[in-house]
Unconditional design. Sequence first.
Length: 250
Amino acid sequence: MIHGLYAAASGMIAIEDRQAVIANNIANSATAGFKRQNAVNEGFKQIFLGAMGTAERLNFERGPGGGLKTTNVYTDYASGGINSTGDPMHLALQGPGYFVVDTPAGERFTRNGALTINANGQLTTVEGYPIAGEGGPVVVEGGSVEFGGDGTVMVNNAAVGKLRVVEFDDPALLERYGESLFAPVEKAGGARPSELTSVVPGALESSNVQVPYEMAQMMLGLRMYNANQKVITSVDETMGRLINEVGMPT
């Protein structure tokens, strides 16, 4: 009976973790370049088998059952739609590439092309991190700024630099760093100059979050949470009857 309480309680905890991931997806549905996340839940038997290493050490018919745990949260790297904004400081990437961003923690990568200009005249992200150019930070003081499809930056029709756009052998291995930045990982193959990516000026890539789908998943999670809650209530009531009625001396 205690196993039933554990299974239901661990299920509720795992569902809470899953709901938090879904809520974060919905909250960032309007964030340019945001990539949705998905929580992976595994049952105790699968986790136990993985830890034991060999199936021979666990009898499937009598193995542990019940219990659930969030074992991983992975990122969906599917591209979002490209929406024209008409803003000259907005850039979208057509292809698998990423802009390079200089942060205090080192180089990071983003698909969010909403740019600003800081007090030093450098192109930066909305968070204030400088956007890397092929020769270092790109300074755009002194006139109107335009961008070419190859990442060339022009001020008053004169080229002042070129944005670094890079690609990876396997971007799915990048690690998240905040909501729209990604950290380099050696297993991702290392950043290389883009070959398949072009810059689209005056546009932004939307997030790949489908709000109706996320809402449906959240409602499904709520129903599962309520079902586990009812299991706990039922087990608790049964244990109470066992203690107060069956266990009473006659």
